[in-house]
Design a protein around this ligand. Structure first.
Ligand code: HEC
Length: 101
C-alpha cells in the first residue's frame, strides 16, 4: 500500500478546519435541529405551548442552555439536547436565533 505523503495530509487537515470556521451557515444549520420543537427559524407554532427562540436575547439564551447542560435548570428534554453540543456550537446557535426577527 502506498503511504499518504504527510505534507499533503497536513494541508488537507488545514483546509478542512478553515473550511468549517468560515462556513457562514454553520449556526443556521446547527439551529435547524431545534426546529422540530421550537418552530422553523425559532418561530414556535402559536398555542402549542412551546417557547419561540427567534429574537431571543443571546446572553440570556446562552445562560439557559448552560444551566440545562450543567443540570442547574430542571428540564424534560433540554438537559439531554444541550449536552450534545459544544459551548462554541451553542454560541453559534444562540447567535443565529438572536438575529431572527
Ligand atoms: C424534542 C423537542 C425539543 C428540541 C429538539 C429542542 N427543544 Fe428546547 N425546549 C424543549 C422543551 C420541552 C423545553 C422546556 C424545558 C424542558 O422541559 O426541557 C425547551 C426549552 C428551551 C429553552 C428555554 C426557553 C425559555 O424561554 O425558557 C431554550 C433556550 C431552548 N429550549 C433552546 C433549544 C435549542 C437551542 C435547541 C436546539 C439545539 C432546542 N431547544 C431543541 C423542547 C425541545
Amino acid at each position: 500500500m502506498k503511504r499518504f505523503p504527510p505534507a499533503l495530509a497536513l494541508s488537507l487537515l488545514a483546509f478542512a478546519s478553515t473550511a468549517q470556521a468560515a462556513d457562514p451557515n454553520l449556526g443556521r444549520n446547527l439551529a435547524a435541529t431545534c426546529a422540530n420543537c421550537h418552530g422553523t427559524n425559532g418561530h414556535a407554532v402559536k398555542g402549542a405551548g412551546m417557547d419561540s427562540l427567534a429574537g431571543a436575547n443571546k446572553a440570556k439564551m446562552l445562560q439557559k442552555l448552560a444551566d440545562y447542560r450543567s443540570g442547574d435548570k430542571p428540564a424534560t428534554v433540554m438537559h439531554q439536547i444541550t449536552k450534545g453540543y459544544s459551548e462554541a456550537q451553542l454560541d453559534l446557535i444562540a447567535t443565529y436565533y438572536a438575529a431572527q426577527k
